[in-house]
Design a protein. Structure first.
Length: 345
C-alpha cells in the first residue's frame, strides 16, 4: 500500500484540467503491441521524413531543466512572473492541460504567453471524451489533422504529453479499460498524423505513473523509440492518511525499467510532496541534493503546484518548503534552459 499511495497522480480540479479519482483495479490481460505501421504522406504533400529528434541520452552529467505547473499561469502570466521571483528559477517548462475536442489544443495566445516566459510548453492532452479504440481506428483523424496544422503553424517547440499515466485506472484511457495494443495504436496514429501534417516542431512525451509493481505492463505500453521523443514519469508523496515515501523509493524502480528500455531523454513530468505526515522541506532536499543526482538520465523536473484534499503540493506551502526549493534549484546542476530542453537536455 505504501508504494501505491506514494505513486498516485495528483487529482486536481483546476480550470485547465478536471480529474477524478477512481478505485484501483488489477490491470487486464492484454495483447502484444502491434507491428509499427509506416507513415504515408497526404496527397499533394512531400513525405515528412523522419522528424528532428532530441539527442540520444548518454547518461553523462548535464544541466537539468526545472519546470512547473502553475494553476492559472497560462491565463495570467503575472502568476508565472511571481513564481519565478519567489523560487529564484524561472521555469524552463510550463505544464498545462487540454481536453480532447474542447477548444483549440494549440491556441496561439497560450503559446505566445509561454514563449514570452522563455519556457517550452508541455501540453498534457487528455482524451477523456474519446475512446482510445476510436482514435486508433481513425474516427478522430480530422480533429487530429486540424490540431497538427495549428501546431505546425506555431513553428516553435511544443512538447505533447498524450494520455499520460496510462498504466493507472483513474482515467478513462487507463489500463483498466484499454489493452496496451489499443493504447500503442492510438499513440502511433496521432504521431503519424502530426508528421504527415509537417508538425515536426512537436516532441511527443510518454509518461506513465511511477508504479514499482507494474513494470511489465509499462514496457508493453511503450510505443517504441520511433514514436517517442521524451520519456518520463509522474509521482507524488501525498502523506496524510497515506504513507510518507521518499523520492528515490517513488521513482527509482520505474526509472530503472524505462532507462533500460530506451535511451530517450527522461523527465519527471509531475511531482510534488504534501505537508502532512513528513518533513516536506527535507523531502525537497532529498530529491534535489541526493536522489536526482543518482538518476543521471533525468534531464527535466516539473513541479506540480496545487492542492487536493489533504495534500498541499505548492512549493510555497510553508516558508521552510519554499526556502528548501529555492536553495535546491539554485544549484548549477538545475540551471537547464528552454534551449536545453529543445535539444533533449
Amino acid at each position: 500500500m505504501a508504494a501505491v499511495a506514494a505513486a498516485l497522480p495528483f487529482l486536481g480540479g483546476w480550470a485547465e484540467a478536471d480529474r477524478q479519482q477512481a478505485p484501483r483495479a488489477a490491470a487486464p490481460a492484454a495483447e502484444p503491441a502491434p507491428a509499427e505501421p509506416k507513415a504515408q504522406p497526404r496527397p499533394g504533400r512531400s513525405s515528412p521524413g523522419p522528424p528532428r529528434r532530441p539527442r540520444p541520452d548518454t547518461g553523462l552529467p548535464k544541466r537539468v531543466a526545472i519546470g512547473a505547473f502553475i494553476p492559472g499561469g497560462t491565463q495570467r502570466p503575472s502568476l508565472i512572473e511571481r513564481y519565478a521571483r519567489h523560487t529564484g528559477r524561472p521555469p524552463a517548462i510550463l505544464l498545462y492541460f487540454r481536453t480532447w475536442r474542447r477548444g483549440r489544443v494549440f491556441d496561439r495566445l497560450t503559446l505566445r504567453r509561454v514563449a514570452a516566459a522563455r519556457a517550452v510548453p508541455l501540453v498534457t492532452w487528455e482524451p477523456s471524451n474519446a475512446p482510445l479504440r476510436d482514435i486508433a481506428k481513425g474516427r478522430y483523424d480530422a480533429y487530429l489533422r486540424s490540431s497538427a496544422r495549428d501546431a505546425a503553424r506555431w513553428t516553435g517547440p511544443i512538447m505533447v504529453r498524450f494520455a499520460h499515466e496510462m498504466n493507472g485506472d483513474w482515467y478513462s484511457w487507463g489500463s483498466h479499460a484499454n489493452s496496451p495494443r489499443t493504447f500503442v495504436r492510438a499513440w502511433r496514429r496521432l504521431v503519424r498524423i502530426f508528421r504527415q501534417e509537417g508538425a515536426l516542431n512537436v516532441r511527443f512525451v510518454w509518461t506513465p505513473n511511477a508504479e514499482s509493481g507494474q513494470l511489465r505492463l509499462i514496457r508493453r505500453l511503450y510505443p517504441g523509440d520511433k514514436w517517442v521523443d521524451w520519456v518520463g514519469l509522474s509521482g507524488f508523496s501525498w502523506g496524510g492518511p497515506w504513507d510518507w515515501v521518499g523520492p528515490r523509493d517513488i521513482f527509482r524502480p520505474t526509472y530503472r525499467a524505462i532507462t533500460r528500455m530506451t535511451k530517450r531523454p527522461f523527465m519527471i513530468a509531475e511531482t510534488g510532496a504534501g505537508e502532512l505526515g513528513g518533513d516536506k522541506a527535507e523531502w525537497i532536499r532529498w530529491m534535489f541534493r541526493d536522489d536526482l543526482p543518482r538518476m543521471r538520465r533525468i534531464r527535466a523536473v516539473v513541479w506540480f503546484n496545487g492542492r487536493e484534499k489533504w495534500a498541499d503540493f505548492d512549493v510555497e506551502s510553508s516558508r521552510e518548503s519554499l526556502r528548501a526549493f529555492r536553495t535546491a534549484v539554485a544549484a548549477p546542476r538545475y540551471s537547464g534552459t528552454a534551449a536545453d530542453v529543445e535539444l533533449g537536455g
